[in-house]
Design a protein around this ligand. Sequence first.
Ligand code: RNT
Ligand code: ZN
Length: 414
Amino acid sequence: MTKAYDLAREAFAEWGVNTEAAMTALSKIAISVHCWQGDDVGGFERKSGSSGGGIQATGNHPGRARNPAELRADLDFAYGLIPGKHRLNLHAFYMDTEETPDRDQIELRHFTPWVDWAKDRGIGLDFNPTFFAHAKADDNLTLSHPDQGIRDFWIEHGARCREIAAGFGTALGSQCVINHWVPDGSKDIPVDRMAARERLWASLDAMLAPGHDRKHMLDAVESKLFGIGVEAMTVGSHEFYLGYAIRKQIALCLDMGHFHPTESVADKLSAVALSVQDLLLHVSRPMRWDSDHVILLNDDILAMAQELVFAGLLSRTRIGLDYFDATISRTAAWVIGVRNMQKALLRALLLPQARLKATEGRLDYTARLALTEELKDLPFAAVWAEHCARADCPTGAALILGLERYQAKVATRG
Ligand code: RNT
Ligand code: ZN
Protein backbone atom coordinates (compact mmCIF):
# COMPACT_ATOMS: atom_id res chain seq x y z
CA MET A 1 0.00 0.00 0.00
CA THR A 2 1.42 3.37 -0.96
CA LYS A 3 1.57 6.50 1.14
CA ALA A 4 -0.59 8.25 -1.44
CA TYR A 5 -3.31 5.63 -1.06
CA ASP A 6 -3.11 5.81 2.73
CA LEU A 7 -3.73 9.54 2.62
CA ALA A 8 -6.50 9.09 0.08
CA ARG A 9 -8.21 6.50 2.24
CA GLU A 10 -8.23 8.96 5.12
CA ALA A 11 -9.43 11.82 2.94
CA PHE A 12 -12.40 9.77 1.73
CA ALA A 13 -13.07 8.42 5.23
CA GLU A 14 -13.57 12.00 6.37
CA TRP A 15 -16.51 12.14 3.99
CA GLY A 16 -17.76 8.80 5.26
CA VAL A 17 -16.61 6.96 2.12
CA ASN A 18 -14.92 3.57 2.32
CA THR A 19 -12.33 3.27 -0.44
CA GLU A 20 -11.95 -0.48 0.05
CA ALA A 21 -15.68 -0.99 -0.53
CA ALA A 22 -15.51 1.19 -3.66
CA MET A 23 -12.64 -0.86 -5.11
CA THR A 24 -14.44 -4.11 -4.31
CA ALA A 25 -17.57 -2.83 -6.03
CA LEU A 26 -15.55 -1.78 -9.07
CA SER A 27 -13.86 -5.16 -9.37
CA LYS A 28 -17.29 -6.77 -9.72
CA ILE A 29 -18.24 -4.72 -12.79
CA ALA A 30 -17.48 -6.60 -16.00
CA ILE A 31 -17.27 -4.43 -19.09
CA SER A 32 -18.09 -5.93 -22.46
CA VAL A 33 -15.14 -5.12 -24.71
CA HIS A 34 -16.19 -4.70 -28.35
CA CYS A 35 -14.15 -6.90 -30.67
CA TRP A 36 -14.67 -4.53 -33.60
CA GLN A 37 -12.23 -1.87 -32.34
CA GLY A 38 -9.44 -4.34 -33.15
CA ASP A 39 -9.91 -4.48 -36.92
CA ASP A 40 -11.93 -1.38 -37.86
CA VAL A 41 -15.28 -3.25 -38.01
CA GLY A 42 -14.07 -5.47 -40.84
CA GLY A 43 -14.93 -8.96 -39.65
CA PHE A 44 -13.46 -12.25 -40.80
CA GLU A 45 -15.90 -13.64 -43.28
CA ARG A 46 -13.99 -15.17 -46.15
CA LYS A 47 -15.73 -12.82 -48.53
CA SER A 48 -15.16 -9.24 -49.46
CA GLY A 49 -17.59 -6.52 -48.57
CA SER A 50 -17.68 -2.98 -47.29
CA SER A 51 -18.51 -2.11 -43.69
CA GLY A 52 -21.73 -0.47 -44.88
CA GLY A 53 -24.70 0.49 -42.78
CA GLY A 54 -23.36 3.99 -42.30
CA ILE A 55 -20.73 2.90 -39.80
CA GLN A 56 -17.16 3.43 -40.79
CA ALA A 57 -13.78 3.52 -39.13
CA THR A 58 -11.47 6.17 -40.50
CA GLY A 59 -7.69 5.92 -40.54
CA ASN A 60 -5.03 3.45 -41.50
CA HIS A 61 -2.77 3.08 -38.49
CA PRO A 62 -0.51 0.04 -38.77
CA GLY A 63 -1.30 -3.08 -36.76
CA ARG A 64 -4.90 -3.96 -37.60
CA ALA A 65 -5.73 -7.54 -36.61
CA ARG A 66 -6.04 -9.46 -39.88
CA ASN A 67 -7.46 -12.70 -38.56
CA PRO A 68 -9.10 -14.12 -35.43
CA ALA A 69 -5.80 -15.31 -33.95
CA GLU A 70 -4.31 -11.82 -34.16
CA LEU A 71 -7.47 -10.31 -32.72
CA ARG A 72 -7.37 -12.72 -29.78
CA ALA A 73 -3.67 -11.95 -29.18
CA ASP A 74 -4.46 -8.22 -29.18
CA LEU A 75 -7.35 -8.78 -26.79
CA ASP A 76 -5.18 -10.84 -24.45
CA PHE A 77 -2.71 -7.99 -24.38
CA ALA A 78 -5.42 -5.38 -23.76
CA TYR A 79 -7.11 -7.37 -20.96
CA GLY A 80 -3.71 -7.63 -19.28
CA LEU A 81 -3.64 -3.85 -18.82
CA ILE A 82 -7.19 -3.56 -17.55
CA PRO A 83 -7.86 -4.40 -13.91
CA GLY A 84 -10.60 -6.97 -13.32
CA LYS A 85 -12.33 -9.67 -15.33
CA HIS A 86 -14.19 -8.50 -18.40
CA ARG A 87 -16.27 -9.80 -21.28
CA LEU A 88 -15.89 -9.92 -25.04
CA ASN A 89 -18.57 -8.59 -27.35
CA LEU A 90 -18.45 -10.49 -30.64
CA HIS A 91 -20.19 -9.68 -33.91
CA ALA A 92 -21.46 -12.49 -36.14
CA PHE A 93 -19.09 -11.65 -38.98
CA TYR A 94 -16.12 -12.39 -36.70
CA MET A 95 -16.73 -16.11 -37.15
CA ASP A 96 -13.59 -18.24 -37.05
CA THR A 97 -13.90 -21.02 -39.59
CA GLU A 98 -12.49 -22.28 -42.86
CA GLU A 99 -16.05 -22.61 -44.15
CA THR A 100 -17.90 -19.88 -45.99
CA PRO A 101 -21.42 -19.94 -44.60
CA ASP A 102 -23.69 -17.10 -45.63
CA ARG A 103 -25.30 -15.15 -42.80
CA ASP A 104 -28.40 -17.33 -42.86
CA GLN A 105 -26.30 -20.47 -42.47
CA ILE A 106 -24.07 -19.72 -39.50
CA GLU A 107 -23.94 -22.04 -36.54
CA LEU A 108 -22.28 -22.25 -33.16
CA ARG A 109 -19.52 -24.44 -34.55
CA HIS A 110 -18.30 -21.56 -36.71
CA PHE A 111 -17.33 -19.84 -33.47
CA THR A 112 -15.70 -22.78 -31.67
CA PRO A 113 -12.23 -21.16 -31.38
CA TRP A 114 -13.81 -18.12 -29.72
CA VAL A 115 -15.68 -20.28 -27.22
CA ASP A 116 -12.54 -22.28 -26.42
CA TRP A 117 -10.55 -19.11 -25.95
CA ALA A 118 -13.22 -17.53 -23.73
CA LYS A 119 -13.53 -20.71 -21.67
CA ASP A 120 -9.79 -20.87 -21.20
CA ARG A 121 -9.64 -17.24 -20.02
CA GLY A 122 -12.83 -17.41 -17.95
CA ILE A 123 -14.32 -14.63 -20.08
CA GLY A 124 -18.03 -14.29 -20.85
CA LEU A 125 -19.15 -13.67 -24.43
CA ASP A 126 -21.79 -11.27 -25.73
CA PHE A 127 -23.01 -11.29 -29.30
CA ASN A 128 -24.49 -9.28 -32.19
CA PRO A 129 -26.05 -10.37 -35.45
CA THR A 130 -24.39 -8.51 -38.33
CA PHE A 131 -27.09 -6.79 -40.38
CA PHE A 132 -24.62 -4.80 -42.51
CA ALA A 133 -21.58 -5.34 -44.77
CA HIS A 134 -23.55 -7.69 -46.97
CA ALA A 135 -25.03 -7.49 -50.46
CA LYS A 136 -28.51 -8.04 -49.03
CA ALA A 137 -28.09 -4.93 -46.86
CA ASP A 138 -26.80 -2.59 -49.55
CA ASP A 139 -30.04 -0.58 -49.59
CA ASN A 140 -29.76 0.00 -45.85
CA LEU A 141 -32.84 -2.16 -45.50
CA THR A 142 -32.85 -5.55 -43.78
CA LEU A 143 -35.64 -6.54 -41.40
CA SER A 144 -37.86 -3.76 -42.78
CA HIS A 145 -37.15 -4.43 -46.47
CA PRO A 146 -40.31 -4.41 -48.62
CA ASP A 147 -39.17 -7.71 -50.15
CA GLN A 148 -40.33 -10.66 -48.05
CA GLY A 149 -37.42 -12.81 -49.27
CA ILE A 150 -34.83 -10.33 -47.99
CA ARG A 151 -36.66 -9.96 -44.71
CA ASP A 152 -36.73 -13.74 -44.32
CA PHE A 153 -32.99 -13.96 -44.99
CA TRP A 154 -32.27 -11.51 -42.17
CA ILE A 155 -34.85 -13.06 -39.84
CA GLU A 156 -33.03 -16.36 -40.30
CA HIS A 157 -29.70 -14.67 -39.62
CA GLY A 158 -31.01 -13.15 -36.40
CA ALA A 159 -32.62 -16.41 -35.30
CA ARG A 160 -29.39 -18.31 -35.87
CA CYS A 161 -27.44 -15.69 -33.97
CA ARG A 162 -29.84 -16.06 -31.05
CA GLU A 163 -29.15 -19.80 -31.05
CA ILE A 164 -25.43 -19.14 -31.12
CA ALA A 165 -25.80 -16.66 -28.25
CA ALA A 166 -27.67 -19.25 -26.21
CA GLY A 167 -24.87 -21.68 -27.05
CA PHE A 168 -22.25 -19.20 -25.80
CA GLY A 169 -24.21 -18.67 -22.59
CA THR A 170 -24.58 -22.40 -21.99
CA ALA A 171 -20.97 -23.25 -22.81
CA LEU A 172 -19.53 -20.49 -20.65
CA GLY A 173 -22.08 -20.54 -17.83
CA SER A 174 -22.63 -16.82 -18.25
CA GLN A 175 -25.64 -15.05 -19.77
CA CYS A 176 -24.85 -13.81 -23.28
CA VAL A 177 -26.41 -10.48 -24.21
CA ILE A 178 -27.34 -10.44 -27.90
CA ASN A 179 -27.86 -6.95 -29.23
CA HIS A 180 -29.92 -6.34 -32.35
CA TRP A 181 -29.06 -3.27 -34.38
CA VAL A 182 -30.21 -2.87 -37.96
CA PRO A 183 -29.18 0.00 -40.23
CA ASP A 184 -32.64 0.32 -41.77
CA GLY A 185 -33.68 3.75 -42.81
CA SER A 186 -34.17 6.21 -45.58
CA LYS A 187 -31.83 8.77 -47.09
CA ASP A 188 -34.59 11.06 -48.16
CA ILE A 189 -37.98 11.84 -46.71
CA PRO A 190 -40.13 8.71 -46.78
CA VAL A 191 -43.84 8.72 -47.46
CA ASP A 192 -44.74 5.51 -45.65
CA ARG A 193 -42.94 5.39 -42.34
CA MET A 194 -45.71 3.30 -40.86
CA ALA A 195 -45.30 0.45 -43.34
CA ALA A 196 -41.55 0.32 -42.72
CA ARG A 197 -42.04 0.24 -38.96
CA GLU A 198 -44.77 -2.38 -39.19
CA ARG A 199 -42.42 -4.59 -41.20
CA LEU A 200 -39.58 -4.15 -38.72
CA TRP A 201 -41.93 -4.96 -35.84
CA ALA A 202 -43.22 -8.11 -37.53
CA SER A 203 -39.71 -9.26 -38.49
CA LEU A 204 -38.46 -8.77 -34.95
CA ASP A 205 -41.42 -10.76 -33.67
CA ALA A 206 -40.58 -13.63 -36.02
CA MET A 207 -36.89 -13.48 -35.19
CA LEU A 208 -37.47 -13.40 -31.43
CA ALA A 209 -40.18 -16.05 -31.47
CA PRO A 210 -37.99 -19.10 -30.73
CA GLY A 211 -37.71 -19.31 -26.96
CA HIS A 212 -34.35 -19.47 -25.24
CA ASP A 213 -33.58 -19.69 -21.54
CA ARG A 214 -33.00 -16.16 -20.22
CA LYS A 215 -30.33 -17.62 -18.00
CA HIS A 216 -28.23 -18.22 -21.11
CA MET A 217 -29.14 -15.31 -23.35
CA LEU A 218 -30.80 -11.93 -23.21
CA ASP A 219 -32.09 -10.03 -26.25
CA ALA A 220 -31.47 -6.30 -26.51
CA VAL A 221 -32.57 -3.81 -29.16
CA GLU A 222 -30.60 -0.70 -30.15
CA SER A 223 -32.12 2.47 -31.52
CA LYS A 224 -30.52 5.23 -33.54
CA LEU A 225 -31.39 8.76 -34.53
CA PHE A 226 -29.73 8.80 -37.94
CA GLY A 227 -26.71 7.57 -39.87
CA ILE A 228 -24.84 8.31 -43.08
CA GLY A 229 -27.20 7.22 -45.83
CA VAL A 230 -30.26 7.20 -43.61
CA GLU A 231 -30.44 10.89 -42.77
CA ALA A 232 -34.20 11.32 -43.12
CA MET A 233 -35.49 8.42 -41.06
CA THR A 234 -34.26 5.47 -39.04
CA VAL A 235 -36.92 2.79 -38.86
CA GLY A 236 -35.73 1.60 -35.45
CA SER A 237 -35.86 4.96 -33.72
CA HIS A 238 -35.69 5.44 -29.95
CA GLU A 239 -39.46 5.55 -29.54
CA PHE A 240 -39.84 2.44 -31.69
CA TYR A 241 -37.46 0.32 -29.63
CA LEU A 242 -38.45 1.78 -26.28
CA GLY A 243 -41.98 0.61 -27.01
CA TYR A 244 -40.79 -2.70 -28.38
CA ALA A 245 -38.57 -3.44 -25.38
CA ILE A 246 -41.37 -2.62 -22.96
CA ARG A 247 -43.91 -4.75 -24.83
CA LYS A 248 -41.54 -7.72 -25.09
CA GLN A 249 -39.77 -7.20 -21.78
CA ILE A 250 -36.37 -7.48 -23.39
CA ALA A 251 -33.35 -5.26 -22.83
CA LEU A 252 -33.07 -1.77 -24.28
CA CYS A 253 -29.68 -0.69 -25.59
CA LEU A 254 -28.76 2.98 -25.34
CA ASP A 255 -25.82 3.99 -27.49
CA MET A 256 -24.38 7.33 -26.40
CA GLY A 257 -23.83 8.33 -30.03
CA HIS A 258 -27.38 7.67 -31.15
CA PHE A 259 -29.16 10.75 -29.90
CA HIS A 260 -29.14 14.42 -30.64
CA PRO A 261 -25.81 15.83 -29.41
CA THR A 262 -27.50 18.03 -26.81
CA GLU A 263 -29.42 15.14 -25.25
CA SER A 264 -27.97 13.58 -22.10
CA VAL A 265 -28.00 9.81 -22.35
CA ALA A 266 -27.22 9.63 -18.62
CA ASP A 267 -30.55 11.33 -17.99
CA LYS A 268 -32.38 8.62 -19.90
CA LEU A 269 -31.26 5.78 -17.61
CA SER A 270 -33.62 6.42 -14.72
CA ALA A 271 -36.42 7.33 -17.10
CA VAL A 272 -36.37 4.10 -19.11
CA ALA A 273 -35.42 1.91 -16.13
CA LEU A 274 -38.89 2.42 -14.68
CA SER A 275 -40.41 0.61 -17.65
CA VAL A 276 -37.64 -1.71 -18.82
CA GLN A 277 -35.99 -4.25 -16.53
CA ASP A 278 -32.68 -4.79 -18.33
CA LEU A 279 -30.49 -2.15 -19.92
CA LEU A 280 -27.49 -2.33 -22.19
CA LEU A 281 -25.15 0.58 -22.76
CA HIS A 282 -23.00 1.26 -25.76
CA VAL A 283 -20.62 3.73 -24.26
CA SER A 284 -19.26 5.89 -27.02
CA ARG A 285 -18.16 9.45 -27.79
CA PRO A 286 -20.05 11.22 -30.51
CA MET A 287 -18.17 14.25 -31.75
CA ARG A 288 -20.85 16.44 -33.34
CA TRP A 289 -22.42 13.25 -34.70
CA ASP A 290 -22.24 9.47 -34.17
CA SER A 291 -18.49 9.46 -34.81
CA ASP A 292 -17.60 6.71 -32.30
CA HIS A 293 -14.43 8.29 -30.90
CA VAL A 294 -12.54 6.54 -28.09
CA ILE A 295 -14.24 7.40 -24.82
CA LEU A 296 -12.54 9.95 -22.59
CA LEU A 297 -12.88 10.53 -18.90
CA ASN A 298 -15.16 13.45 -19.71
CA ASP A 299 -18.35 14.87 -18.25
CA ASP A 300 -20.61 12.59 -20.30
CA ILE A 301 -18.92 9.44 -19.04
CA LEU A 302 -18.77 10.72 -15.47
CA ALA A 303 -22.46 11.57 -15.58
CA MET A 304 -23.29 8.13 -16.99
CA ALA A 305 -21.29 6.35 -14.29
CA GLN A 306 -22.80 8.49 -11.56
CA GLU A 307 -26.32 7.74 -12.75
CA LEU A 308 -25.60 4.00 -12.81
CA VAL A 309 -24.33 4.12 -9.25
CA PHE A 310 -26.70 6.67 -7.73
CA ALA A 311 -29.83 5.25 -9.38
CA GLY A 312 -28.89 1.74 -8.26
CA LEU A 313 -28.81 0.45 -11.83
CA LEU A 314 -25.51 -1.40 -11.90
CA SER A 315 -27.10 -4.79 -11.30
CA ARG A 316 -29.45 -4.53 -14.29
CA THR A 317 -27.28 -2.63 -16.74
CA ARG A 318 -24.73 -4.34 -18.94
CA ILE A 319 -21.96 -1.95 -19.88
CA GLY A 320 -20.61 -2.41 -23.39
CA LEU A 321 -18.33 -0.10 -25.33
CA ASP A 322 -18.88 0.92 -28.93
CA TYR A 323 -16.28 3.02 -30.69
CA PHE A 324 -13.62 2.48 -33.32
CA ASP A 325 -10.69 4.64 -34.23
CA ALA A 326 -8.24 3.46 -36.90
CA THR A 327 -5.92 6.48 -36.64
CA ILE A 328 -4.28 5.31 -33.41
CA SER A 329 -3.06 2.08 -31.88
CA ARG A 330 -6.12 -0.16 -31.76
CA THR A 331 -5.01 -1.95 -28.63
CA ALA A 332 -4.32 1.38 -26.91
CA ALA A 333 -7.81 2.50 -27.90
CA TRP A 334 -9.29 -0.50 -26.10
CA VAL A 335 -7.16 -0.12 -22.99
CA ILE A 336 -7.65 3.63 -22.66
CA GLY A 337 -11.42 3.41 -23.25
CA VAL A 338 -12.10 0.56 -20.85
CA ARG A 339 -9.94 2.12 -18.17
CA ASN A 340 -11.75 5.44 -18.58
CA MET A 341 -15.07 3.69 -18.05
CA GLN A 342 -13.67 2.08 -14.93
CA LYS A 343 -12.22 5.34 -13.65
CA ALA A 344 -15.60 7.00 -14.09
CA LEU A 345 -17.31 4.19 -12.19
CA LEU A 346 -14.73 4.34 -9.42
CA ARG A 347 -15.24 8.08 -9.05
CA ALA A 348 -18.97 7.59 -8.76
CA LEU A 349 -18.47 4.81 -6.20
CA LEU A 350 -16.22 7.12 -4.17
CA LEU A 351 -18.78 9.90 -3.78
CA PRO A 352 -20.66 10.45 -0.50
CA GLN A 353 -23.93 9.50 -2.10
CA ALA A 354 -26.20 9.70 0.94
CA ARG A 355 -24.94 13.10 1.90
CA LEU A 356 -25.37 14.46 -1.61
CA LYS A 357 -28.88 13.09 -1.91
CA ALA A 358 -29.79 14.52 1.50
CA THR A 359 -28.94 18.08 0.39
CA GLU A 360 -31.28 17.66 -2.55
CA GLY A 361 -33.96 16.14 -0.37
CA ARG A 362 -34.08 19.24 1.79
CA LEU A 363 -33.87 21.49 -1.29
CA ASP A 364 -30.53 22.89 -0.19
CA TYR A 365 -29.18 23.47 -3.66
CA THR A 366 -26.39 25.69 -2.38
CA ALA A 367 -25.00 22.83 -0.31
CA ARG A 368 -25.47 20.45 -3.24
CA LEU A 369 -23.48 22.71 -5.53
CA ALA A 370 -20.80 23.41 -2.93
CA LEU A 371 -20.45 19.71 -2.28
CA THR A 372 -20.28 18.55 -5.88
CA GLU A 373 -17.61 21.13 -6.59
CA GLU A 374 -15.51 20.46 -3.45
CA LEU A 375 -15.66 16.72 -4.07
CA LYS A 376 -13.95 17.15 -7.40
CA ASP A 377 -10.72 17.81 -5.49
CA LEU A 378 -10.71 14.46 -3.69
CA PRO A 379 -7.72 12.19 -4.45
CA PHE A 380 -9.47 9.76 -6.82
CA ALA A 381 -6.25 9.11 -8.73
CA ALA A 382 -4.52 7.56 -5.71
CA VAL A 383 -7.36 5.06 -5.27
CA TRP A 384 -7.29 4.18 -8.96
CA ALA A 385 -3.51 3.67 -8.83
CA GLU A 386 -3.93 1.39 -5.82
CA HIS A 387 -6.69 -0.55 -7.60
CA CYS A 388 -4.43 -1.04 -10.62
CA ALA A 389 -1.42 -2.02 -8.50
CA ARG A 390 -3.46 -4.69 -6.71
CA ALA A 391 -4.44 -6.13 -10.10
CA ASP A 392 -0.85 -5.99 -11.32
CA CYS A 393 -1.74 -3.39 -13.92
CA PRO A 394 0.51 -0.42 -14.64
CA THR A 395 -0.43 3.26 -14.53
CA GLY A 396 1.21 6.41 -15.86
CA ALA A 397 4.50 6.15 -17.73
CA ALA A 398 4.65 2.35 -17.31
CA LEU A 399 1.25 1.99 -18.96
CA ILE A 400 2.28 4.17 -21.88
CA LEU A 401 5.51 2.22 -22.33
CA GLY A 402 3.61 -1.08 -22.34
CA LEU A 403 1.18 0.21 -24.97
CA GLU A 404 3.99 1.52 -27.16
CA ARG A 405 5.95 -1.72 -27.00
CA TYR A 406 3.01 -3.80 -28.13
CA GLN A 407 2.10 -1.35 -30.87
CA ALA A 408 5.67 -1.49 -32.19
CA LYS A 409 5.33 -5.27 -32.35
CA VAL A 410 2.06 -5.33 -34.28
CA ALA A 411 3.04 -2.44 -36.56
CA THR A 412 5.00 -4.91 -38.68
CA ARG A 413 1.76 -6.63 -39.76
CA GLY A 414 1.20 -6.14 -43.44
C1 RNT B 1 -24.20 1.31 -35.14
C2 RNT B 1 -24.43 0.75 -33.78
C3 RNT B 1 -23.93 -0.66 -33.57
C4 RNT B 1 -22.58 -0.91 -34.18
C5 RNT B 1 -21.99 -2.25 -33.86
C6 RNT B 1 -20.79 -2.57 -34.67
O1 RNT B 1 -24.52 2.63 -35.21
O2 RNT B 1 -23.89 1.58 -32.82
O3 RNT B 1 -23.94 -0.96 -32.23
O4 RNT B 1 -21.66 0.08 -33.83
O5 RNT B 1 -22.97 -3.20 -33.96
ZN1 ZN C 1 -23.91 0.85 -30.79
